[in-house]
Every structure is written in structure tokens, then in C-alpha cells.
Design a protein around this ligand. Sequence first.
Ligand SMILES: [Zn+2]
Length: 83
Amino acid sequence: MSAHERDAARQRLNEGVQAWTDRWRVVNGLLICVKCGTRQRPSEANVPFAHSITCALRDDLAYRQPWLELADLLLDLPAGAGA
Ligand SMILES: [Zn+2]
């Protein structure tokens, strides 16, 4: 991977995590929707997230499996020692 590709991958990672944290919080082991406050345990990651009926994120399929979305983002964390 070239330095340019590495910089682009780092930027995607940083922006992806930023976007995720615009919608979700992890508190006391629970994932929480910042819009409606609904919570989900990590062991329920494969269950579609059940937003409240009035939540702005409720009908967006992109926001139905937030734990898995986070796990996917974190696959791109740089591994090993180095700058
Ligand atoms: Zn919600």
C-alpha cells in the first residue's frame, strides 16, 4: 500500500468513526441511539436495532445494525507497532 493509499485509508477510518459517533454512543456496555435513546447489548448485534417509533433514524436501513457497522469500521484500525 502506498503512502497515499494509507493516508486515504486513515481518513476513511477517521471519518467513518466520526460519522458513527454522530449517531451512537457506547455507555456501560450498551449501544445507545443519540436520537431516541434506545439501547442494545452487543450480544444482540445481529438483531435489527429497534429505534423508538418517532426516531429520525428509524426507517433508514443503514442504521439497523450499528454494532456490526462499528465492527466493520474497526477492521481498518492500523495493527502492530509504528507511527
Ligand atoms: Zn433511534
